[in-house]
Design a protein around this ligand. Structure first.
Ligand SMILES: [Zn+2]
Length: 365
């Protein structure tokens, strides 16, 4: 949105200059009767060519600016992806060492409990969770890597199509420029050429509009940093857990008997809850357990859920389709739904896959 405003800021003065130029040309046309040596048709070819050139100046400038902005955003996405891959490579030996071990451990634990026995594993719960943390972190990075790769491909595709269509527009503009020169001799042929160029320009405009439509929904600026949704302490982290209130889940290829798909942040009743990331409110209401919930979908497609909000003293002040900024108040900590105490259950999903919210949040001071 900010970028569109910038293009408008560039385009409007250019359009204004173009309009002035058209007026100047019209003024020149008005004096033509004083110059009988210039055939009237030849002059109208020149005027039409100049008008065509001027009317496309803004479109061409916007398309050039678009190609430049796409290039800069693609470079930034690739740099970010490279750093994600460095993190991933640093993590991989540890994760590779733990994956099969944790998987075997969990299978042992599940078969031991199916036999009516106890978990005979030598590893403590904290060691299991430590392994799961590495797996979860790797899964977050793999998902981030795929997202960044997909975004840069989409934008590269849009940039190359915009360049192609811009070349068609610029070719028409060069031809119009040649027609506008005083050496134009055959008015009938010139008018036919103007018609052909006008059609070419119209096709290029349609193509350029559809090129920009491809990038709708792809953030052209880096996503603003997230904020903590509530001031408090983490009472339950993201990942596998021994708490049997949580649902089973297959995560990063491993079946976990209980998996917490969120972070729980304990905070006093009535603490303000703010949007961790900007976006559009896509749900306000109750989950099946009675929890009051606000869901926000961010421009990059992530969906954040804020649960156990208060619904009496200060219910959520936002509605479905409200646009919210990061840090904007969307509710207060309550006790709705199944909860052992006042806390915010904060989850982030990409499609049907939960994402660990912690790496998305700024470090705590
Ligand atoms: Zn929770």
């Amino acid at each position: 949105m900010r970028r569109r405003a910038r293009i408008a800021a560039i385009a409007w003065p250019l359009i204004a200059v173009a309009l002035l130029a058209v007026n100047a040309d019209a003024a020149l046309a008005g004096t033509s009767s004083l110059r009988p040596t210039v055939p009237p048709d030849g002059l109208s070819v020149r005027a039409l060519a100049t008008a065509l050139l001027d009317s496309t100046t803004g479109t061409a400038a916007a398309a050039h600016a678009n190609v430049a902005a796409l290039g800069a955003r693609i470079d930034a996405l690739r740099a970010e992806d490279a750093s994600v891959r460095v993190d991933l490579a640093a993590l991989d030996p540890a994760a590779a060492g733990r994956d099969p071990y944790l998987g075997r451990l969990l299978r042992d634990a599940i078969s031991a409990s199916a036999d009516g026995g106890r978990d005979a594993s030598a590893l403590s719960l904290s060691e299991q969770v430590g392994g799961a943390d590495v797996i979860a972190e790797r899964a977050t990075l793999v998902s981030r890597d795929a997202t960044l790769g997909g975004l840069s491909l989409t934008l590269s595709d849009a940039a190359s199509r915009t360049t192609t269509d811009l070349n068609v527009l610029e070719a028409a503009r060069s031809a119009a420029l040649a027609l506008g020169s005083p050496s134009t001799s055959d008015p009938a042929a010139g008018l036919a050429q103007i018609d052909a160029l006008t059609a070419q320009v119209a096709r290029a405009r349609v193509a350029l509009a559809s090129d920009s439509a491809v990038t709708v929904g792809v953030p052209l600026a880096p996503i603003a940093p997230w904020t903590w949704p509530v001031a408090g302490t983490i009472s339950q982290g993201f990942g596998p857990t021994s708490i049997d209130l949580e649902a089973p889940r297959v995560y990063a290829g491993i079946a976990f008997p209980y998996f917490h798909d969120a972070v729980d942040i304990a905070a006093p009743l009535g603490s303000p809850v703010v949007a961790a990331a900007g976006g559009t409110v896509t749900f306000v209401g109750r989950f099946s357990d009675g929890a009051m919930v606000v869901q926000i979908t961010s421009p990059d497609g992530l969906q954040e859920t804020y649960a156990h909000l208060d619904d009496l003293a200060s219910p959520p002040p936002v509605k479905v389709n409200s646009a919210v900024a990061a840090g904007q108040r969307i509710g207060t900590v309550g006790l709705t739904g199944i909860t052992t105490g006042p806390h915010l259950h904060f989850s982030v999903y990409r499609g049907t896959t939960p994402v660990d919210p912690l790496p998305l949040l700024p470090p705590r001071g």
